[in-house]
Design a protein around this ligand. Structure first.
Ligand code: NAD
Ligand code: AHE
Ligand code: ZN
Length: 369
């Protein structure tokens, strides 16, 4: 069949809207009509050529929601007509990682996914007879896409696609980093670095679990109002303070935070986040994705004296199990999504979404097909 998609032909070049060929689902695979997709900073990072796994040409996008249109042989967990969210972290429930119960990082298809291929080692997309790579196993910047059934969370049909798509990455990552990875307890003091599409969800997650101080740190002053909307109690703009940001935050939190979160992808900020933790027990969670070649550093003394450095992918969520529950939280108004979706655009205008993100003018842009 044919599908309309925004293709990343080259790094640092705008996406091009073209019609591609899409092969139908093979054994264990599912054809999904994507109804809406968010644009996450990770898509921009890959498009900007900063991803060591970046492949061109490819179809980016990993924050979608849609409808099952066809199932391949052997598919049992979803049926035609089901509403689904594609999962860049699948959940096979059979691999060593899934069975360990210690991680959400299912390894069933990670190797081929990282090469832009389906589990059988081929791509379903082609343009003018040449293969085009999948991205993060999702490729939601295509109106139709094919995924393995283990990479689909079935969700309730009354959830609007234009909001539910954000649960495919940003919402689950931010809220899950608080509830699954850090396990923030009521009364804890929290610092969130970077108040974009992920950081604001960390803030709402911290509020949800009853954190005490929720300090937001961002170099964009407009983010102060945004943080307050979702539960931030204090805002710090590193550009507006005199002296060292870490010393400032340690003083503000009475000795350092119980939990800090990096939602910037900047390795200097990651160090600040670790060192703003309380001596003896503070935990810092890296969410941000740093560009290829970057490394983190701190004095080992920071860890010797009890601070803990952790990371999280997809908020530690096991997608097929947890994503439908997060959709329920949204539908039950336990968490907010709609105010964070600042822009809705047709696919033809997807490049504007990247410009808005780079200018700091959007929280989340969503393409509606
Ligand atoms: P975003 O562009 O919406 O937000 C980034 C925010 O960080 C902006 O508000 C920006 O002003 C702020 N910022 C930038 N530099 C800063 C600095 N030096 N100090 C303080 N604030 C600074 O991006 P997003 O979509 O929220 O994504 C955030 C990061 O999380 C990206 O690196 C993205 O790739 C990553 N991410 C990781 C996961 C995961 O599973 N680990 C999931 C989604 C996104
Ligand atoms: N490809 C990059 C790593 C990118 C990365 O860390 N991705 C996160 C999700 S970001 C979503 O917006 C992730 O899930 N990581 C775990 C995994 O298995 O990819 C690189 O550095 O090569
Ligand atoms: Zn993302």
């Amino acid at each position: 069949m044919k599908t309309r998609a925004a293709v990343a032909f080259e790094a640092k070049k705008p996406l091009e809207i073209v019609e591609l060929d899409l092969e139908g689902p093979k054994t264990g695979e599912v054809l999904v009509e994507i109804k809406a997709t968010g644009i996450c900073h990770t898509d921009a990072y890959t498009l900007d050529g900063l991803d060591s796994e970046g492949i061109f040409p490819s179809i980016l996008g990993h924050e979608g929601a849609g409808i099952v249109r066809e199932i391949g042989a052997g598919v049992t967990s979803v049926a035609v007509g089901d509403h689904v969210i594609p999962l860049y972290t699948p959940e096979c429930r059979q691999c060593k990682s899934c069975l360990s119960r210690k991680t959400n990082l299912c390894t069933a298809i990670r190797a081929t996914q990282g090469k832009g291929l389906m589990p059988d080692g081929t791509s379903r997309f082609s343009y003018k007879g040449k293969p085009v790579a999948h991205y993060m196993g999702c490729s939601t910047f295509s109106n139709f896409t094919v995924l393995p059934e283990i990479a689909l969370a079935k969700i309730r049909k009354d959830a609007p696609f234009e909001s539910a798509c954000y649960i495919g990455c940003g919402v689950t990552t931010g809220v899950g980093a608080v509830t699954n990875t850090a396990k923030v307890e009521p009364g804890a003091n929290v610092i969130v670095f970077g108040l974009g599409g992920i950081g604001l969800n960390v803030i709402q997650g911290a509020k949800l679990v009853g954190a005490n101080m929720i300090v937001g740190v961002d170099i964009n002053p407009a983010r102060e109002e945004w943080g307050k909307k979702f539960g931030m109690t204090h805002f710090v703009n590193p550009k507006s303070i005199t002296g060292d940001i870490v010393a400032h935050l340690v003083e503000l939190t009475g000795g350092g935070a119980d939990y800090t979160f990096d939602c910037t992808g900047n390795t200097t900020v990651m160090r600040q986040a670790l060192e703003s933790c309380h001596r003896g027990w503070g935990e810092s969670i890296i969410i941000g994705v740093a560009e290829a070649g970057k490394e983190i550093a701190t004095r080992p003394f920071q860890l010797v004296t009890g601070r803990v450095w952790k990371g999280t992918a997809f908020g530690g969520a096991r997608g097929r199990t947890d994503v439908p529950k997060i959709v329920d939280w949204y539908m039950d108004k336990k968490i907010q999504i709609d105010p964070m979706i600042t822009h809705k655009l047709p696919l033809e205008r997807i490049n504007e979404a990247f410009d808005l993100m780079h200018k700091g003018e959007s929280i989340r842009s969503v393409v509606v097909y």
